[in-house]
Design a protein around this ligand. Sequence first.
Ligand code: HAM
Length: 411
Amino acid sequence: MTIIKAQKGTKDILPADMPVWHLMEKNANEIFSRYGAKEIRTPIFEATELFARGVGDTTDIVNKEMYTFEKSERSLTLRPENTAGVVRSFIENGMHRLPMPVKLWYKGPMFRYERPQAGRQRQFHQVGVEVFGIKQPTADAEVILMAVNYLKSLGLNDLSVELNSLGCPECRDEFKLHLKAVLRPYLKDLCPDCQTRYEKNPLRLLDCKVPECQKIFSKPEIQEVIMSDFICEECAEHFNELKKYLDELKINYSINKLLVRGLDYYNRTVFEIKSNNLGSQNAVCGGGRYDSLVRNLGGEDIPAIGFAMGMERLAYLIGEKEDKKTTAFVVSNNPAEAIKLAEELRKAGITCEFDLSNKKFVKQIEKASKTAKYALILGEDELAADKVTVKNLETSEQKTVSRQIVKSEII
Ligand code: HAM
């Protein structure tokens, strides 16, 4: 019979991987809670329109990468990211009536129909934060701080923060006009995607990785426009204040004028955190401000900023973590008594197993040595005296004690 395999671009997260995943989840809860963020879990599928309107229907994500299907004449989509879903939930559940800021964090699977490669999957996981209600750059600084401190808590220090300001719709429109004007003579030489971007979403031109397009963008007259300080006074002030906070907090960052991000909802601050140890898919974190999204999805006029990190990329950088052994393993030829002793310990909060398959005593000891820190030997003598022999499998020391005090012998 043919074996059914996992789908291309998907991966099992196996028991051996779990110590790292548990660490990422535990630290997310701990670190983000310190900043007052609360966890939110939204559905994995949403109305397709949410992403078309939220993420933007000229983006690659919406145009090429969505898992969309029909049910009862409704178009539904597996979420390619979670900002749109969190904003939908924020509006639907009246969170705008809560005292601001509202800080939310999430973790879970996302789905993008991309060409799989190292660090890029079709089902992947994100952990992220969204902060609503603050237009001042203090929120931008705090959100970047949350990301950096979360990464530090995972032992990831060797990462670089890249920052840019996309300005507001007004100053950005002017920039787009300049960019289009200077690129017009080269339009026919740009890749087909860039030709579409030129018409529909010129800012995304800067993100193109095709060498011929890169060559055109490196021309002095085009570089001059790209590198110009196009943003208006207010946007510049916001960006300068953010940089000042980051300097004071001693967070290293560099300005990357080509950082435009692949989603349409951003304005002003955008940022990415990158690693040199990840090959071409080197971004572990992407985020930015999206002051119009709540309103564009039918809510009040509420500014927001957030980020998301790819958990598979984080797991790769964290590396392996040793799986914890079971604390105790009951060794006995009397399964009825073994199960009772194991339950007594579990009730006391101790991880405990016993042999479920009636193996010989020696085999049970072997199993205990491989999987546990302590063997709790319940032989005929011990049973007759209502005692247990506690053997420390790391030091080989052993001691026979009364059954009532077994748990105090286990550290
Ligand atoms: P994004 O840059 O599309 O932003 O994704 C954030 C992170 O998710 C990336 O930096 C990367 O680590 C990871 N990631 C993305 N696609 C894949 C993939 N195919 N395979 C593995 N990892 C991947 C967003 O999703 C925005 N919602 C972030 C945000 C939140 N902005 C504001 N709030």
